[in-house]
Design a protein around this ligand. Structure first.
Ligand SMILES: [Zn+2]
Length: 550
């Protein structure tokens, strides 16, 4: 009787398994699984459950959903630390390029809690942001802009930059802070860190007149007090001379060294890059958490109103030539000096593409530099957060937004770079350095290992390539050869189609009620850094003289 009961029980249990689903939520079968941390490189099956990589095995497994990955690489999803693609159209281009985490650590945001709240359950890939030094300087130096609520790249670079010039002076860029203003700025940065901002996000070069060396040091110091790193578009970025680009990096490196702090040199793909890389390597050899990024293009893109495009800087100091170097994608043409001057005034936020002959030569070298990570500097489309359904041809901007990863894979293939190395540049090293900075959510990403978060990209190593170009109408073309992109276990790209699946999770530090801000004052400084004065009596006593000064 008892045996009979057990037997019936077993049958019921087996049927439950066949009715209520498979072993895993998702299985990826027969692909070449590659993990840059352990150097795993083998044909295996991957089982995903509850958003986690539950198994990587040669055994056959089943799942509710199945991806046939034969002929494809199964790798950790790409992690972008320089990501302004914060609206629907640009975001879906990046997803088609294999991005599973996109963080704006350069322009960043203000009102960090509100920024994260606005993305919650509304974003396809993992999202994160730094506290915006530029935005904070706008709050203090440009009260006429009347800034309220959270702001990030699409507004900071667009309408806000315009609003801050309403009084004729972009204060955030050109005003030197007095002590009181510097304290206000530091206090706002402090609030950003308390709310979990990933880093000090600094567009240093854009503020080169107003942002003093002291303010930069104090800002890096505050970040370091919070255990956060600084990421910077360095002060003389892109300049071949007067002063050399490397000098701008030296400022940050010196600060980070004495502060024992983390440092990310943003888009280190320009003049001085090799020496900067050497210093970052030397820092890492001393245990410092220093690294850099590049995007694989010989042209940059930024707002036409930026101060360094004025002829005194762009032509006289940086060796630029408007008609040769400055391309306006909106009009699909290169600009004369007169056209530049007109647009810089009427539409300072318009993005232009700047070509650099030197970068052509350097690009193959960047593909082979360890810990030089791939980050796209992806640019928003300007078509609004909800522009998910717009056609690719409507994107106007730099082709790197949609093509960075596929281009690195293609160039690596053509130039003999080991694929595992390229994957480390695109996923493992960003995760490694962010994890080392204390971001728990990054210690479990960027790796194809059991127990890690299932952020996964499936691509054809022989066919993956970018299709976006600089030409108007083609700038937003999606990459090909990347049929599946999985974020926290959910398919965001499936059969080469972007799905509006809000799978993204926040990447941030826990928020706290702490403050590390201490106002700068002369007395405070002396208190800390100078010895106390003694009375005349004490001086005499220390000399062994009789004290007769009464
Ligand atoms: Zn930049």
């Amino acid at each position: 009787m008892a045996t009979w009961k057990i037997w019936i029980g077993a049958v019921i249990l087996l049927c439950a398994a066949c009715v209520y689903g498979e072993e895993y939520d998702l299985v990826i079968l027969g692909g070449r699984v590659m993990d840059p941390e352990t150097m795993l490189d083998a044909k295996l099956n991957v089982g995903v459950k509850d958003g986690i990589i539950a198994t990587i095995t040669p055994d056959s497994i089943t799942g509710t959903e199945t991806i046939d990955a034969s002929g494809h690489v199964v790798a950790p999803g790409f992690i972008d630390t320089h990501f302004h693609a914060l609206d629907g159209l640009s975001m879906k281009m990046a997803a088609r390029d294999g991005v599973t985490t996109g963080m704006d650590l350069e322009i960043g945001a203000i009102n960090i809690n509100d920024w994260y709240a606005a993305k919650k359950n509304k974003w396809p890939v993992n999202y994160g942001v730094g506290i915006s030094q530029e935005g904070v300087r706008m709050l203090v130096h440009d009260p006429e802009a009347k800034i309220q609520g959270w702001q990030d790249a699409p507004t900071i670079l667009g309408p806000l930059q315009k609003a801050t010039t309403a009084d004729g002076v972009a204060g955030w860029a050109s005003k030197v802070s007095n002590r009181e203003e510097m304290n206000q700025i530091l206090q706002l940065l402090d609030e950003g860190f308390a709310q979990g901002a990933i880093n000090l996000a600094s567009t240093t070069a854009y503020m080169r007149e107003g942002l003093t060396a002291q303010e930069m040091y104090e800002s890096q110091k505050l970040a370091a007090d919070w255990g956060r790193f600084t990421a910077s578009h360095t002060r003389y970025h892109g300049s071949s001379s007067d002063p050399e680009a490397e000098q701008g990096a030296n400022e940050l490196i010196a600060n980070a060294f004495v502060l024992d702090a983390g440092l990310l040199i943003l888009h280190n793909n320009d003049y001085g890059w090799a020496q900067i890389e050497e210093k970052l390597q030397a820092g890492r050899a001393k245990g410092l958490n220093w690294w850099s990024e590049y995007y694989p293009y010989d042209a940059a893109s930024t707002a036409i109103g930026s101060g360094f495009f004025q002829p005194e800087v762009f032509v006289d100091r940086m060796g630029g030539d408007y008609e040769r170097d400055m391309y306006d994608p909106t009009q699909d043409k290169f600009l004369t000096k007169e056209e530049y001057e007109k647009i810089a005034k009427s539409d300072p936020g318009r993005l232009v593409v700047i070509f650099s002959p030197a970068r052509k030569k350097w690009l193959p070298q960047w593909l082979r530099i360890p810990h030089m990570t791939v980050a796209s500097d992806a640019i928003f489309s300007g078509k609004g957060v909800d522009s998910w359904d717009l056609d690719w041809s409507e994107y106007q901007g730099h082709p790197r937004t949609g093509g960075t990863r596929a281009k690195v894979i293609r160039l690596g293939r053509e130039q003999g770079v080991p694929l595992m190395f390229s994957l480390a540049q695109m996923s493992y090293w960003p995760a490694y350095h962010l994890g080392k900075a204390g971001l728990e959510s990054m210690k479990v990403r960027g790796r194809m290992q059991e127990g890690m978060v299932a952020d996964i990209v499936v691509f054809d190593p022989l066919k993956t390539r970018e299709t976006s170009t600089y030409k108007a109408g083609e700038q937003g073309n999606p990459s090909t050869g990347i049929p599946y992109v999985i974020v926290n276990g959910q398919q965001v790209v499936k059969d080469n189609k972007f799905l509006k699946v809000w799978a993204g999770q926040p990447i941030r530090y826990p928020s706290s009620n702490d403050s590390k801000f201490e106002p700068i004052s002369e007395e405070e400084w002396l208190d800390r850094h100078a010895i106390r004065t003694h009375s005349v009596h004490e001086n005499l006593r220390s000399l062994g003289e009789p004290d007769d000064t009464h």
